[in-house]
Design a protein around this ligand. Structure first.
Ligand SMILES: [Ca+2]
Ligand SMILES: [Ca+2]
Length: 167
């Protein structure tokens, strides 16, 4: 992920939008947001305040943006079943156009459409090699977890250092 340069010439912007549109025609054969799973039963919610405390411990002095007052804690087995049916991890990676931030946003949206109050969102931070990266963060019954949407694997918070959370 790279930070975009502000104020690009308008022709370059137009080219970019057009290229993205054309690429999208070929590269989006199936909508990755469509996932045939049921929502989980909400049996446990936590307040934004509680979640904020937990996220502070999960990141590296992270900026935390919580958009709701309450969050539904995911049952422990739910995410695994969801990921098995969801295809964000099989999308082709394309620099900027569909890279880490896009994949994390897609998975966030896919889960959120089915479970609007789920404690699941976006993390931005650094990889073990120090480069910027975006991934997902989840609070299930066993605690806060990091998830790589590009391969459905759990990430180690000691190696992937979150600096921004948005849920
Ligand atoms: Ca998957
Ligand atoms: Ca991107």
């Amino acid at each position: 992920m790279e930070m975009a340069a502000a104020n690009e010439p308008s022709f370059a912007n137009w080219m970019k939008v057009t290229c993205r549109y054309l690429a999208g025609q070929e590269l989006f054969p199936a909508n990755p947001l469509v996932t045939s799973v049921q929502p989980f039963d909400v049996t446990h919610t936590i307040t934004g305040e509680e979640l904020h405390k937990e996220l502070l411990n999960a990141g590296e002095s992270p900026e935390i943006h919580l958009l709701d007052q309450y969050y539904a804690v995911l049952p422990v087995d739910y995410l695994q079943g969801f990921l098995e049916k969801n295809s964000v991890d099989s999308l082709q990676w394309i620099k900027d156009y569909r890279d880490c931030d896009n994949m994390a946003l897609y998975l966030w949206a896919a889960l959120n459409i089915i479970n609007p109050s789920a404690a699941f969102g976006l993390a931005i931070g650094t990889t073990p090699s120090g480069s910027w990266h975006a991934w997902n963060v989840c609070r299930d019954e066993s605690g806060v977890h990091f998830l790589e949407p590009q391969n459905d694997e759990e990430l180690n918070p000691a190696e992937y250092r979150a600096k921004i959370f948005i849920l």
